[in-house]
Design a protein around this ligand. Structure first.
Ligand code: DCP
Ligand code: MG
Length: 347
């Protein structure tokens, strides 16, 4: 996962928004808030307020926004120009107004890019640092109140922007397998994400481990002892975020270790295998059948009852979708292969 903040595991259940889709509204809100921050910097207080307030409301809006008109009709403070920006963003993934503001405020733009490229510094924090007068990484390093994780982010910044070639991912997989086998030969684990989807390179290492409780500490300790964990960024009860490096001949990379209880294994594996687009599509399909799918399980919406699933195949079967191998769950997937009724009865 490429979030610069820990805590993706702790999202509570029961929200109307499907996980995975919630990030779509958030992405849009982030863009509008960024526009707001440029207007603020230019002293255009009214526009700044309009964009910032719209961003806040959009981030909290309970359904995925599919058009500017929808936002304008349902969200207070969204007028004609913000509505047009939303349509432009949904259609093209970019907002011209923001590009223009960035062009006009080049120094600010370049500094925000530099700061927000660091692990632990998102756009909001980058803006705050800029407004406080910091301009260079040296400024941040020597003068800003950085967290330990942000300092590590600065130290490893040149490594962390690089993708990991599959050949190196294979080595990482082998090394982790050796270490975890020594720890407990029965431990069930897998590197999910783009690696499991067979991609040629990966942005990070998404290590899923089946289990509860203290095993996470033991795993971190074992990896640490073997010398491949070079920094710790954050740790919760079921998630560890750190930096892994095979050795001096290799670059350092982000690793997330996620502990998944047995009853959530199939849904957790599916979630963290992605792609993000596949997750959006399969959750939508579940929803159409009156079910809710997330990383924790598959649930009946009306009764909240959890439907037991042991494998990913179980999930596909229950949702009436033909099984897609991880390699087929690509980021540019546009629809899922629904099993037709005649096929169902003939099987
Ligand atoms: N995920 C999701 N929604 C998010 C973030 C993540 O559904 N907002 C799921 C789908 C991703 C998986 O978690 O495929 C792992 O997240 P990564 O960000 O690590 O994405 P990938 O591993 O797919 O790509 P990369 O190679 O860039 O790490
Ligand atoms: Mg990944």
């Amino acid at each position: 996962m490429k979030s610069s903040k820990p805590g993706k595991m702790s999202r509570e259940e029961g929200k109307e928004l499907r996980e995975g889709e919630s990030s779509l509204n958030q992405d849009l809100a982030d863009q509008l808030a960024l526009i707001g921050s440029y207007y603020e910097a230019e002293g255009n207080i009214y526009r700044a307020r309009a964009y910032n307030e719209a961003a806040e409301r959009i981030a909290k809006y309970p359904r995925v926004i599919t058009s500017g008109t929808e936002a304008r009709m349902n969200i207070r403070g969204v007028g004609a120009s913000i509505s047009a920006d939303i349509d432009e963003y949904l259609l093209t993934g970019s907002i011209r107004r923001l590009r223009d503001l960035e062009e006009k405020n080049k120094e600010r733009f370049d500094t925000l890019q530099l700061f927000s490229g660091i692990f632990g510094i998102d756009m909001k924090i980058a803006n705050k640092f800029y407004n406080e007068g910091y301009r260079t990484l040296e400024d941040l390093w020597f003068k800003a109140p950085l967290t330990p994780a942000q300092k590590i982010g600065i130290l490893y910044r040149k490594h962390l922007v690089l993708r990991i070639p599959r050949e190196e991912m294979d080595r990482i997989n082998n090394r982790i397998t050796e270490i975890l086998f020594q720890l407990d030969p029965n431990l069930k684990f897998v590197i999910a994400g783009s690696y499991r989807r067979g991609e040629a390179s990966s942005g990070d290492i998404d290590l899923l481990v089946q289990g509860n409780g203290h095993i996470l500490e033991e795993i971190v300790e074992a990896l640490d002892k073997s010398g491949i964990l070079v920094a710790k960024l954050a740790k919760g009860s079921s998630q560890y975020m750190g930096i892994l490096r095979l050795g001096p001949d290799f670059n350092a990379h982000r690793i997330d270790i996620l502990l998944i209880p047995k009853e959530s294994w199939a849904t957790g594996l599916m979630h963290f295998t992605g792609s993000k687009m596949f997750n959006i599509l399969i959750r939508r399909r579940a929803r159409e059948l009156g079910l809710k799918l997330n990383q924790y399980g598959l649930f009946e919406i009306d009764t909240h009852r959890q439907i037991p699933v042991k494998t990913e195949e179980d999930i596909f079967r229950i949702l009436g979708i033909k099984y897609l191998s991880p390699e087929e769950r690509t980021p540019n997937l546009s629809s899922l292969p629904i099993v037709s009724e005649s096929e169902e009865t003939s099987n």
